[in-house]
Ligand binder design. Sequence first.
Ligand SMILES: [Cu+2]
Length: 547
Amino acid sequence: KPASFSVLLLTLLYFISCATFLAPLNMGGVTGQVQFDSNNQTATLNVSGAGSCSAVNISLTVFPVMYGHFAEPCSEANIGVSVFTFTGDPSSASPINVSLLFGQISNLDDLSLSLETCDGIKICTVVSQGQTRLTRQARFTESVAGNIYIRANVNNANPRLLADLVTIGQVNAPEIGINIFGSTSTAANCTILLGSLDAASLTNLGSVKVGNPLSPQKSRLDFSSFRVYSYLLLRVGSSYNCAQVYNMLEKEVRAVMNMRGISGYFNFRQASPFDVTQLSVNLANLRELFGPYHVHNFPVPSVRSGQCSNDNVGGHCNPFAVDTTSETYPVGPGSTHDKYETGDLGGKHMSLSGRSTFQMTFTDFSLPLFGQNSIVGRSVVIHLVSGDRYACASIGYPGAVTVASATFQTPVVGKIIFTQLVNNPLSDVSIFMDLSYGDPTTITTQHHNWHVHEFPISSERDDDEGRCITTGGHWNPFKISTTDSSYALHCKPSCPLCCEAGDLANKYTTINLDTDIGGVKSKHFFTDVTSWLDISGITGRSVVIHE
Ligand SMILES: [Cu+2]
């Protein structure tokens, strides 16, 4: 018996100690990878584009990069503080001893690796064994707001918790540590759970850092075993804030092309916001006519002709305003994905030029299906070699959706359409707006606030003045204080959870109203990342556009 036990133990030790972690690089002109081998306790650099100097600084930080989400993805606000730093010669592939790292941290999954090039450019990527199979998410919306992710590998190995929390409703709130508790309660919701809370039934998962919206903090906790918690609770003062934990499912969406002879599809797949996107293109009957293809801003409307026009689908999806007219804009593939417009699929990967059929799969480090810059619900356009638009298709949703719409009739005409996955209350809400003045003699106006208000418009009155009186205040299910001076300071696109859920103007932007009905200036597309308490949360309310 002792013999077989020690064999088992040895096998177990071998299994644990022999892990390879990869940090693939594709940013700031740097490609390649850094490989960590826990068996040899080494890091091996295999990078190009980092410059020629004898050493670059490499850091591991606590929170994984969210590809394509931020203009500065590698800032401390986005990937957290460094937990280990070493240096390496960017032109050498000889192993670097990092035994101190493995002495300190055994599982590198979901750390970020950030590297500063010889020219001082900071780039970053997620470190992974490629074994992550589960992402769960809880979203807090009260005095402490933000997301907590629980991730695990195959067989629920290496469970870890990633926290992105801020104190809201307070100017200059100091950084605090806060304890997170797990609950396996079967209560139907947080209100019921908190109503009869048995503190002894909670598992203290540890302390995480909470920053403020102007100085966010990230944290990570590693666990020795995995447990499915139905709720997470934060101990705030003497009480608890509660959030239900949901599975965050992989997203797979498709733009099906079936126009003017072209048939096929663009398929997009992303496991989580911390993973790269897989793009599969499968097109037939191209007749060697086509070249570029892009994600464009708006979905394809159901009109008879001119569906792919600029007025209908808009320009390229380009959330970071990359300048395509710049001399440094890459001609064709070969540069890192952040150097291109998010939507410039052909530029990043491969032109359709000279092809009669096209079947390729690409990995994209800057094509998010999650978050504010998500391409879900927009469209793909295929262009002739000359650049003219030829065919287009909307990008669908990764499951059944609920659609809510607000229709305007006078003086403003058009619609705002809200779309969210059914039974997935933490899923993104896409907002497609097409609004203009119905009377062509109206003068264009700018910077209108727009909000979801609490109640519907009056059906009793049809004069323009009275119909909005019944709508009440802004829809504010998370009871965010707007009287505190922190509201104006924090409620911005960078902190949507600092805003009333209905304050769409501050979460995104104010809107301009033009008289060109159906024109590109009348259209906007936003992706909302705050909880909507299921879409029924806004159904039956109203959208008010202020003067
Ligand atoms: Cu295009």
